[in-house]
Design a protein. Structure first.
Length: 286
């Protein structure tokens, strides 16, 4: 005789599926829904990972057209000056804080029971990808984080020079006249795209200033510089217009490299890589 069955009992597989659904729903509900970012570099990552409705505010720096790659989007989202009072008034459940100088804010948020995390600008591609994954976990969007990481890795793979291609000496001028030197994220990007960083040949061990005399004595194959503002001449253009450089113009190509690509890592790497590839091609054409 067959054992008596309970018509109201769910199959084991259905019970397990229901349990997993409950766990998944709880996880989704526990993901932060009012996120404040006070770091413009983190802002650019955050907008790639979560919907706008979950962003309580971005840093006001992300609205700056010359320093931000997300200025148009940032102007459509709330912003904050980043003071403790303004942040607390937003009733956040997660605050992503900037680097040095944010210790006092972090302590204040901790006393108020508000979760926060501090970030710095990564100095390697690997550190940047790790930071994206970390932020993605914090906001409950690991899959979106992996997708962003994949896009950056794909851009790097596509931009890699052909085997045997001779590297091109390039120099990147940062805002204020600083040179992006060895050991920086830009230095790594230059090498990955097929350049050598000319800053090393000038004796710079990190980012620093370079005199016009040194540049004239040993000009790079290509000088990259971003524009200071809409319609203004780039630093590269101003330098190349100097009378002392007339004699070396034929040995040095100039290419624009937007200043906004110099300050952050994360998704900014994708347009930065594209700009470097275009610059390398301009040298080949020249």
């Amino acid at each position: 005789m067959a054992p008596e069955t309970n018509p109201f009992a769910l199959p084991r597989r259905a019970v397990l599926a229901a349990g997993l659904a409950l766990v998944g729903g709880a996880a989704a509900r526990s993901a932060p829904q009012r996120i404040v970012s006070l770091n413009p570099c983190v802002d650019a990552i955050l907008v790639q990972l979560v919907e706008g409705r979950r962003i309580a505010a971005l840093s006001h720096y992300s609205r700056e057209p010359n320093g931000s790659t997300i200025a148009d989007l940032a102007r459509r989202l709330p912003s904050t000056p980043g003071t403790t009072e303004s942040v607390v008034a937003l009733d956040p459940d997660l605050v992503l804080v900037g680097g040095p100088g944010s210790e006092a804010l972090n302590r204040s948020l901790a006393r108020l029971g508000i979760a926060s995390e501090r970030f710095i600008v990564p100095e390697t591609v690997a550190a940047s990808l790790a930071q994206i994954r970390h932020i993605a976990r914090l906001v409950g969007e690991p899959a979106r984080g992996e997708a962003l990481v994949g896009r950056i890795q794909s851009a790097l793979t596509t931009a890699a020079p052909s085997p045997g291609q001779k590297p091109v000496r390039a120099l990147v001028y940062m805002p204020g006249g600083f040179v992006s030197g060895p050991g920086t994220l830009m230095d790594e990007l230059l090498r990955r795209v097929g350049f050598t960083n000319a800053a090393s040949g000038y004796g710079l061990s990190r980012s620093g200033t370079l005199s016009l005399e040194r540049l004239i004595a040993d000009p790079p194959h290509i000088l990259l510089s971003g524009r200071a503002g809409p319609g203004s001449a780039s630093r590269a253009e101003r330098v190349l217009a100097h009378p002392a450089l007339v004699a070396v113009r034929h040995r040095m190509v100039r290419a624009d490299f937007p200043q906004a690509y110099l300050f952050c890592a994360g998704p900014v790497l994708i347009p930065a890589i594209r700009a470097l590839v275009e610059a390398r091609q301009s040298v080949v054409r020249a």
